[in-house]
Design a protein around this ligand. Structure first.
Ligand code: PEP
Ligand code: MG
Length: 591
């Protein structure tokens, strides 16, 4: 039966494929396809992992027979029996084999997929005792996964699509029988998303998340359709269901009829054509009709994104979110050399164009690790994140500063500092920078000059611009956080997403004043929050005087198209009217 789930439209486009349900804690299991001739080896790898756990349990059983009831209570023996039984359960074993042989999933992926299938059956059971066996199943799967870690998997990531026997729906979709896969999870952390970046999925859906949550931001950067805040999606959709993601409308359609499939297939092709048309603007300079030059920069997460930015026509990197180098490493932070190599790769990848490296911004919805998620603090978004975190750990901060300074010897580097609000923080940051330079001097290591910038993303910063303009060469407005903190709306919380409003007069006032004051002092001002890549806001930002936009590479050409059609002179008085209106959104829509 066809049904729809409504969520938030965070990344445009249409994806049609089969659902892969994954618990977020298991997302960092590798997902790749094996070749048909590797199926047997893959099953053997799985068998070896399972046998290792079975042996381990046998050994445990053996050892508890020599213990008294105090060290080894009766329940322990019974529990081990249950684990053994679950490991040999046909539904688990047969199901996993099915995913490997029929779908060519790698063993870990097959195992977690089948775990989701069985876990759901457990959830639906009336009997409480049986329902509770789900936790045992999860435990043994985790143990098998751990055992397999040592067994050396062939880390080959095959292309996103795979040939297999066509179903009726396959045939309706395409003349080929390739079936894209759509990941569905309750939640995905930014660290999960990193993993996801190299994986096989054509789109994703989460139950939670806001429009500018980092999960949504990474989806946009990957340019794949996504819907977040689609409450209960991970419970309503079943493994392997056909789903459509309408990323423009923020809707997920489950088990679509053939008419709906045909309609969305058409939409998908239209979008491809639109992209093709935009490609023609690649080499056209971004200049408005009245001759105003506009700088279009890229936001990147990893050094490997630099060539993508270049290919998309970016004239530099306006925001390298360096924290992605720090995430998903079980708290082991990258050292100076590792960071230096990463920044150098980004600088070299941009072939002489400037790269703005932002110092680490972890905390709030960007925990270093899933296991380190900050649930202990009442409100992590107001806690120790970004520059506050850096200043609290000077050794870590100095390591990063040295790495950035060294990378600046290889090309134009701008250093950007997130979340500043206080003069004391500014002074401490500058002192650390001097210290980092002195350390490199002492070691006789070469480094280059950096332009110094501050993010304006806390209202207090936007209201004390004089201070920032005194110390910094340029400003970059982080509208994602500026909106969050101005309106007191958690950007990652879908339940208040309807109140997250870039067009609130207070937000527009702070953005407009920052642009105007910066320009009046001859300093560059950019916007690097998601507003910069939103084509519905391009004309307004131009009208407010913005001439530097930093966004995900995939958005650059669409924004450029808006710029080429705009007359900045005419937009200025209109933008003032919009800003002063009681309801700016309505004023913008007025003819
Ligand atoms: C912002 O806050 O707008 C920004 C660009 O930083 P981040 O999204 O990484 O917090
Ligand atoms: Mg921010």
């Amino acid at each position: 039966m066809t049904f729809a789930i409504h969520g938030l439209n965070v990344s445009r486009g249409v994806a049609i494929g089969r659902a892969v349900l994954v618990a977020s804690s298991r997302v960092d299991v590798a997902h790749y396809f094996v070749k048909p001739d590797e199926v047997e080896a893959e099953i053997n790898r799985l068998r070896a992992g399972r046998n290792a756990v079975i042996d381990e349990i046998h050994r445990l059983q053996e050892s508890i027979t020599h213990m008294g009831p105090k060290e080894a209570p009766h329940e322990l023996g019974a529990l081990l029996d249950v684990h053994l039984m679950l490991l040999q359960d046909q539904e688990l074993v047969g199901g996993v084999k099915h995913w490997i042989t029929e779908r060519l999933y790698n063993a870990e992926w097959a195992l977690t997929t089948q775990l989701e299938v069985i876990a759901r059956q457990f959830d639906e059971m009336e009997d409480e005792y049986l329902r509770e066996r789900k936790a045992d199943l999860e435990q043994i799967v985790e143990r098998v996964l751990r055992a397999m870690k040592g067994s050396g998997s062939p880390i080959v990531v095959h292309p996103q699509r795979v040939n297999r026997k066509p179903s009726q729906q396959d045939l309706l979709l395409d003349d080929t029988v390739d079936v894209p896969l759509i990941l569905i999870a309750h939640d995905l952390s930014p660290a999960d998303m990193l993993q996801f970046k190299q994986s096989v999925f054509a789109g994703f859906i989460t139950d939670v998340g806001g429009k500018t949550s980092h999960t949504a931001i990474v989806a946009r950067s990957m340019d794949i359709p996504a819907v977040v805040g689609a409450r209960l999606a991970s419970q309503l959709v079943r493994q392997d269901d056909w789903v459509i993601i309408d990323g423009d409308a923020g809707v997920v359609i489950v088990d679509p009829s053939s008419i709906i499939l045909a309609e969305y297939g058409f939409k998908q092709r239209q979008r491809e054509l639109e992209r093709g048309r935009l490609q023609r603007l690649l080499h056209t300079p971004a200049v408005t009709m009245d001759g105003e030059k506009v700088e279009l920069l890229a936001n990147i997460e990893m050094p490997e994104d630099a060539p993508v930015a270049l290919k998309a026509g970016a004239v530099g990197v306006g925001l390298f979110r360096s924290e992605f180098l720090f995430m998903g490493r079980q708290g082991r932070l990258p050292g100076e050399e590792e960071q230096y190599q990463a920044y150098k790769r980004a600088v070299e990848g941009m072939q002489g164009l400037p790269v703005t490296i932002r110092t680490v911004d972890v905390g709030a919805d960007k925990p270093l690790d899933d296991s380190l998620r900050d649930d202990a603090h009442l409100n992590p978004a107001l806690g120790l994140r970004a520059i506050r975190w850096s200043l609290a750990d000077p050794a870590m901060f100095l390591t990063q500063l040295r790495a950035i300074l060294r990378a600046a010897a290889h090309g134009k580097v701008h250093l950007l500092v997130p979340m500043l609000a206080h003069a004391s923080e500014i002074r401490q940051t500058l002192a650390h920078l001097d210290h980092a330079r002195a350390m490199l001097d002492n070691r006789g290591v070469s480094y280059g000059p950096v332009k110094l910038g501050a993010m304006i993303e806390i209202p207090a910063a936007a209201l004390s611009l004089r201070l920032f303009l005194k110390y910094f060469d340029f400003l970059s407005i982080g509208t994602n956080d500026l909106i969050q903190y101005t309106l007191a709306i958690d950007r990652a919380d879908e339940s208040v997403a309807h109140l997250y409003d870039p067009l609130h007069p207070a937000v527009l006032r702070l953005v407009a004043d920052t642009i105007a004051e910066g320009r009046a002092q001859g300093k560059d001002v950019a916007v690097c929050g998601e507003m910069a890549g939103d084509v519905t806001l391009t004309r307004l930002l131009l009208g407010l005087g913005l001439r530097s936009f930093s966004m995900h590479p995939a958005q650059i050409l669409a924004v450029k198209q808006e710029i080429l059609r705009a007359d900045a002179g005419k937009l200025a008085p209109w933008a003032q009217r919009v800003m002063q209106a009681e309801d700016p959104a309505r004023e913008m829509a007025a003819p």
